[in-house]
Write a protein that binds this ligand. Structure first.
Ligand SMILES: *[C@@H]1O[C@H](CO)[C@@H](O)[C@H](O)[C@H]1NC(C)=O
Ligand SMILES: *[C@@H]1O[C@H](CO)[C@@H](O)[C@H](O)[C@H]1NC(C)=O
Length: 474
C-alpha cells in the first residue's frame, strides 16, 4: 500500500517535473529563436562605436606582410593615418564634397562618358575627369631612386598623376617633398605625336595639347580641383617584387583642390590608361580592397584570398571608366522592399571607391527610408544633416537596434551592409541613415564606400565579375 502510494506520488511528481522541464525547454527555445531572429535581421549597435574615432586602434597588417602586392589603405580622416589632422574637414563640408563628386559623375555619364572639354575648363586641358572627395589612399614608389608617395586611390577615373617640379602654375601643400623628375634616371616625357598622347584625349574629340614636343594632360574635377602637367613615363614601384618600368602617368605642374596632403592619385578605372590596364600583364586585371571602418584596410593586386559571391560587371558606353553592376533590389530587416526592377535599370548602377554615401534612384531611396523609419519608430527623430534626411537622436542610449540592409545584385549576390555602413554620425543627437536619393530618376545609382566598409571587394575585371566577401579587413 505504502509503496503503491509512493509510486503514484512518484508518477505524478515525474509527470509534473517532465511538464515543467518541457515548458522550460520550450521557453528557452523560444527565447533562443528570438535572439536568433534578432541576430539575423538586426544589428545591436553600441552608440560609442558610431562616433568618429579619436584614437587609432590596431592597424591590421594581416596579409600585407605575406603578399608583396598588398598595400595598407588609410582613410585621410582616420586617426591611424599618418596624414590625419592635417586637413580636417567638418562633416557638413565632407558631405558637400561627396555631393560634388556625385554631381560630376552624373554629368560625366550624361555626357556619354566624355570628359569636361576645354570650353568648360579655364585650363589648357585636353581631358578632364571628376572625383572630388577621394578619401582613401595608399603609398607607392615613383622614380629612380624611388620616392614613396601617398596617393588617393580612385576606381572612378583612369589617369594616375602626382605633383611634380617645377610647379609652374602652383602646387598645393603636400606632406612629402614634391617629386622632381629631373632627379630620376627613369623619367621620360611622352611625345606629343605618340599614340599614347592621342589616347589621353579620347572622349573629348580634341587634338592633344603640346608643350614643346611633350604631351600635356589636364584633369578638371567637379569641385574645381584640377591637375595639369606633362604626360610622362616613370618606374612605378608597388612593392620590391612589383616594379613597373615605363608606367604612364601625369607629372602635374599646376595642381590645386581637395587632395589634402597626398601627392596625387592612382586611377583604378576600367579604361585604357588606368593602373589596372597598364599592369594587366602582371596582375591580370584583378584587384581587391577592404575599406576600413576605423583603422586601416588594404588594396591588393593580382591576389584574392577571400570567399566571395560574384555579380557580373556590366559594360556601359556612357562611362567606360566606371564599374557598372546590376542592382536589382533592397531588403530592410527580413523584408524585401517592393521596388520595381525597372527603377534600377533606368539609370544603371556603379560601384565607386571615392563616393562615400550610396546614392539610390529617388523612388528606391524613398522606399528604403520609409521601411527604415518604420523599423526605427521607437527612436526620436532628429533634423536632416546635409544630404541625409533620415536622422535620429540617440542621446542617453547605450545601444540601438537597427535593421540590417541588404542590396541584391544580379546572379543572386547580396551585399550585406556591415554594421558600420548603416549610419553616419557626427554626434549622438544626430545619427543618420547613410544613404541618399538621387534627384533625377535617370541618374546612375552609386554604391559608395561607406556601404563597402569591412567587406572584401574583389574586382575581377578580366573575368567580368565583381565579388563581395565578409570580414575583409580583419
Ligand atoms: C561646417 O561647414 C559648413 C559649410 O561650409 C559651415 O556652414 C559650418 O559653419 C561649419 N561648421 C563648423 C562647426 O565649423
Ligand atoms: C619634358 O618636357 C618639358 C616641357 O616641354 C621640358 O621642360 C622638360 O625638360 C622635358 N623633360 C625631359 C626629361 O625631356
Amino acid at each position: 500500500m505504502a509503496s503503491s502510494q509512493t509510486s503514484i506520488f512518484h508518477n505524478i511528481f515525474f509527470f509534473f517535473f517532465t511538464l515543467l522541464l518541457l515548458l522550460s525547454c520550450l521557453n528557452k527555445s523560444y527565447g533562443r529563436e528570438e535572439i536568433f531572429a534578432n541576430h539575423l535581421h538586426h544589428h545591436v549597435i553600441a552608440i560609442k562605436s558610431l562616433l568618429p574615432a579619436t584614437t587609432c586602434s590596431k592597424v591590421s597588417t594581416r596579409g600585407i606582410k605575406g603578399s608583396p602586392s598588398m598595400l595598407p589603405l588609410y582613410n585621410k580622416m582616420s586617426p591611424c593615418s599618418p596624414l590625419s589632422n592635417k586637413d580636417t574637414l567638418n562633416y557638413t563640408q565632407f558631405l558637400i564634397q561627396d555631393q560634388s563628386r556625385v554631381h560630376s559623375i552624373h554629368s560625366r555619364i550624361s555626357r556619354g562618358g566624355s570628359f569636361i572639354g576645354p570650353q568648360q575648363a579655364k585650363l589648357p586641358a585636353n581631358s578632364g575627369s571628376s572625383l572630388g572627395t577621394g578619401n582613401f589612399y595608399v603609398t607607392v614608389g615613383f622614380g629612380t631612386p624611388k620616392s614613396e608617395l601617398p596617393v588617393i586611390f580612385d576606381t572612378g577615373s583612369d589617369l594616375t598623376w602626382i605633383q611634380c617640379k617645377p610647379c609652374v602654375g602652383g602646387c598645393y601643400a603636400q606632406r612629402d617633398p614634391i617629386f622632381d623628375p629631373s632627379k630620376s634616371s627613369t623619367y621620360s616625357n611622352i611625345s606629343c605625336s605618340s599614340p599614347s598622347c592621342s589616347q589621353l584625349s579620347s572622349g573629348t574629340g580634341n587634338s592633344p595639347r603640346c608643350s614643346g614636343s611633350a604631351c600635356v594632360y589636364g584633369i578638371e574635377y567637379g569641385d574645381q580641383s584640377y591637375s595639369v602637367g606633362i604626360f610622362g613615363t616613370e618606374t612605378l614601384t608597388v612593392s620590391p617584387y612589383d616594379v613597373f618600368p615605363n608606367f604612364q602617368f601625369g607629372c602635374g605642374q599646376n595642381n590645386d583642390g581637395l587632395f589634402g596632403q597626398v601627392a596625387g592619385l592612382i586611377g583604378l578605372g576600367r579604361d585604357k590608361i588606368s593602373f589596372v590596364s597598364q599592369t594587366a600583364p602582371k596582375y591580370k586585371k584583378l584587384f581587391s580592397y577592404c575599406i576600413p571602418s576605423k583603422s586601416s584596410g588594404f588594396l591588393a593586386f593580382g591576389v584574392t584570398s577571400s570567399v566571395a559571391q560574384f555579380t557580373p560587371l556590366v559594360t556601359d558606353s556612357r562611362g567606360p571608366s566606371f564599374y557598372f553592376l546590376s542592382l536589382q533590389g533592397i531588403s530592410v530587416g527580413a523584408t524585401k522592399l517592393a521596388i520595381s526592377p525597372s527603377v534600377f535599370s533606368v539609370g544603371g548602377t556603379i560601384i565607386d571607391s571615392g563616393t562615400v554615401i550610396t546614392r539610390l534612384p529617388p523612388s528606391a531611396y524613398s522606399a528604403l527610408s520609409t521601411a527604415f523609419r518604420k523599423a526605427m519608430s521607437s527612436y526620436p527623430s532628429a533634423p536632416a544633416l546635409s544630404i541625409l534626411d533620415t536622422c535620429y537622436d540617440f542621446t542617453g542610449l547605450q545601444t540601438v537596434t537597427v535593421p540590417k540592409i541588404t542590396l541584391h545584385f544580379a546572379g543572386g549576390t547580396d551585399l550585406n551592409v556591415a554594421q558600420s555602413g548603416l549610419l553616419f554620425a557626427t554626434k549622438t543627437s544626430q545619427v543618420c541613415l547613410a544613404f541618399a536619393g538621387n534627384t533625377d530618376a535617370g541618374d546612375v545609382a552609386i554604391i559608395g564606400n561607406k556601404q563597402q566598409q569591412t567587406l572584401a571587394v574583389i574586382y575581377d575585371v578580366a573575368g567580368g565579375k565583381l565579388g563581395f566577401g565578409p570580414g575583409g579587413c580583419s
